[in-house]
Design a protein around this ligand. Structure first.
Ligand code: 4AD
Ligand code: MG
Length: 480
């Protein structure tokens, strides 16, 4: 007997055969119709109990949430709403679910708020919404690898525990094996990290870029795709303390080529989910429409989800220099009417998410790549332009999201890089290995980092990153 996943059953051409399925009960109607879901697809399999075929001792234990093994015969469905259904011949209860207890959880079949689902993150994967999001997330991950692997990029596993702070923002989580209640103190009165596990101070990585660059200097084109940790105390719908980042790094590649790859890459993975996650995207699109019905018109999305994704595929990202962007912002209505929380009045200011969203959503109405930022507001490793003021940085801004990608051409000139490190207080001694890449066969090279959750957010039409990662880590929250 064929043991099938429900996604396969629903596509099965050969009827009247006996098959076996497993899954969880979503609903049980009229003591007759079981809607069974095994997670392989959004769609449930309708399993039918015909009169007197299953012991009442068993059928009395069929409730929402219970897990079953059902053997039966696949038939064309008489009812509307499905092509096939399974006429049960035997049903085994794998695990009961007490209906009184189920009622107190989000497994109970009614609409629950996303906030409540977050509190029960260990159960929310049994809902249609989270099943859809997590299947899309998985397909997107696969597409990330497929894009790079098809183009001869090598996947590199950069360390999770490091002794460097690649972004220099000081937002790292410390890693220590010392007894925090009894710290060893050195002669200078400070904690003596020589006595710690690694013999020095260590932290969780904020970016695999620096190690990635050293590997690009041997393998040519590489990418990383791993967890990243930032102790930013920003309680927003776009920040996580633990998120996944994709960081390609390319030798012999300049900023323009870097932008080309980033744009092509994003379009590729979006096309992949459009082609491979039709049911889930259709469901998420409808979910968003329903959710937005309660919002005032001007706060609703301009396009349905799948149309929005196709719009990305069919339009070039608008490439704009930081200086041009500042002029646009200075002249903008919200700036003149003092509607921005951070007014834009001079060249050199850092752009806030309100500015990014204005550029993308109101001014250009398409994804924007901003480039050539002031050196002062960017990291030490970015290539200084000939003007001496700007660096070859680029950020990609998306509607509804803001920054989705941050990248740059890297400073390949040893002397300029050293000077910059001294200026910003980045230790040359600590990063001697990074400087070595500029000593032995340095070359023009570039890369970028894409925040995976922000991409999943965009593709699924969700609005909070906490809802697109299984167990979100945010300030004051590390449950599960
Ligand atoms: O702009 P960021 O800080 O760039 C880097 O880390 C570079 N080392 C990348 C590179 O050039 N290889 O971060 C890159 C992206 C952001 O654009 C954003 O999408 C995401 O990572 N990101 C976050 N996502 C969720 N939560 C956070 N706290 C994030 N911080 C950054
Ligand atoms: Mg950034």
């Amino acid at each position: 007997m064929k043991h099938l996943k429900i996604t396969a059953v629903l596509k099965e051409e050969k009827l009247l055969q006996e098959i076996c399925v497993n899954g969880w009960v979503r609903s049980f109607r009229n003591n007759r119709f079981i809607a069974l879901n095994d997670g392989s697809t959004l769609n449930n399999l309708q399993c039918v109990i015909e009169d007197n075929t299953i012991d009442t001792e068993i059928s009395n234990r069929i409730h929402t949430g219970a897990s079953l093994t059902i053997k039966g015969v696949l038939k064309e469905s008489e009812g509307r709403g499905q092509r096939v259904e399974l006429i049960a011949t035997t049903i085994d209860i794998e695990g009961d679910a007490n209906p009184e207890e189920v009622k107190t959880t989000i497994l109970s079949p009614k609409k629950h708020s996303l906030e409540l689902l977050r509190e029960q993150a260990h159960l929310r994967i049994r809902t249609n919404t989270f099943g859809a999001i997590m299947r899309v997330r998985s397909k997107l991950s696969f597409a990330v690898h497929q894009y790079f692997q098809e183009r001869d990029f090598f996947y590199v596993h950069t360390p999770i525990i490091t002794s460097s702070d690649a972004e220099g923002a000081g937002e790292t989580f410390k890693v220590t094996h010392l007894n925090l209640d009894d710290l060893p103190v050195g002669e200078d009165g400070a904690t003596d990290y020589k006595k710690d596990f690694f013999g020095k101070e260590t932290n969780l990585t904020v970016s695999g870029q620096l190690e990635g660059e050293t590997y690009a200097m041997g393998l040519g084109n590489i990418y990383t795709f791993g967890p990243t940790f930032r102790a930013e105390n920003s309680n927003t719908s776009r920040h996580l303390a633990e998120f996944w980042m994709i960081e390609p790094e390319m030798a012999f590649c300049n900023l323009d080529q870097n932008m080309d790859v980033a744009e092509e890459f994003i379009k590729y993975v979006i096309k992949y989910v459009l082609d491979n996650c039709g049911d889930d995207l259709a469901f998420l699109e409808k979910r968003l429409l329903d959710e937005e019905k309660q919002k005032p018109l001007e706060q609703r999305s301009e396009m349905p989800l799948r149309e929005k994704l196709k719009f990305i595929l069919n339009n070039n990202f608008k490439r704009v220099s930081y200086s041009e962007a500042i002029e646009i912002l200075k002249d903008s209505k919200p700036n003149k009417k003092k509607k921005f929380k951070f007014p834009v009045n001079e060249w050199g200011v850092d752009l806030q998410s309100e500015h990014e969203r204005y550029l993308v959503e109101k001014h250009f109405k398409c994804p924007v790549i901003l480039f050539n930022y002031p050196a002062k507001i960017k990291a030490f490793y970015m290539r200084l332009n000939e003007d001496g003021n700007t660096v070859r940085a680029m950020d990609i801004l998306f509607p509804g999201i803001g920054e989705i990608v941050g990248g740059s051409q890297r400073e390949e000139r040893l002397d300029v890089l050293k000077e910059k490190m001294d200026e910003l207080g980045v230790s040359q001694e600590e990063l001697y290995w990074y400087l070595d890449t500029r000593r032995y066969g340095s070359c023009t090279h570039s890369g970028f980092g894409l925040g995976f959750e922000r991409l999943v957010l965009f593709v699924t039409g969700m609005t909070n990153v906490r809802d697109v990662i299984p167990y979100p880590r945010t300030p004051m929250n590390a449950e599960f």
